[in-house]
Design a protein around this ligand. Sequence first.
Ligand SMILES: Nc1ncnc2c1ncn2[C@@H]1O[C@H](COP(=O)(O)OP(=O)(O)OP(=O)(O)O)[C@@H](O)[C@H]1O
Length: 307
Amino acid sequence: MPISNHAFGAIEASVYVPEIFAQGLPGPQRQVHDHKPEQAVAEGAAPLLSLEGIGLSFGGVVALADVDLSVRPGEIRAIIGPNGAGKSSLINVISGVYRADHGNVRLNGARYAQVPTQQLARLGVARTFQNLALFKGLNVLDNVASGLAYRSRSNFAGQILGVGRSRREQVEHCGRADQILEFLHLTDVRDRLAGTLSYGLQKRVELARALVAEPRLLLLDEPMAGMTAGEKSEMAAYVRAARDRFATTVVLIEHDVGVVMGLSDRIAVLDYGRKIADGAPDEIRNDQRVIDAYLGVASDNEEGAGI
Ligand SMILES: Nc1ncnc2c1ncn2[C@@H]1O[C@H](COP(=O)(O)OP(=O)(O)OP(=O)(O)O)[C@@H](O)[C@H]1O
């Protein structure tokens, strides 16, 4: 049964699901690229990322229970679910921050578990964070160039003194950072200190830093959190443009279900650590288990149980 506006009419605005399911995503405010996508989702291809039977507990709390997830090359794959469903835990397992208690994570068929961010970057994985993690006292260009630091072959002294190979690397990294800044329409703020930018722009700079290495897999942890509706639409358009331009596979978790519906190729839904649905946006929108999960959140909230 499709979700109607009426069905959610009485739910408080603090519950983030409601009308969004029915309305879908507003269109991007402006076109951020003027070329056709260079890569369609490779439907028949082997998955770029696959999770098999992932389980994770914190003490007695089961954060993830037997979660499978398959991500095709080139797709935008969202993970949604009510508060506490396990989204952050899952992205932390994918990004190597947490080691799952059981199950496998594979990138291009190769297993990995808990790995330092630098090593993950060498595997072609980049991420952004729910809470901004920029160097606020550095300018935008240096922040974005720092996304290439893992490639640096010069030693520490060389980097400090800016000589020889280190100097050449700096020039090359800044050149690449400039290209990304142009692509994401950030050139105007290139020399500004990151901490002086609006929140929405800082989120875009974070995206730029993750993209500068042209990762195979881009993990976005609530990329639109705290943004206005207009900024969210703009960010969604940039994410899509980045996928098209760099053939990057995107996995994101995001609370704004409306944005997710309009942006994603496929959506996995978690509830109490279990995957309860997985499919295209239209399938998810009409899935009774998903509706029940979100209505459960709503009625809990109405009864004052809190979410
Ligand atoms: N570091 C931790 N220590 C203890 N429990 C944790 C920890 N991280 C997550 N949990 C618990 O695991 C469950 C899943 O949490 P998680 O943060 O992954 O959910 P989420 O879907 O990201 O929630 P939200 O939307 O509120 O961010 C919750 O019950 C949470 O309290």
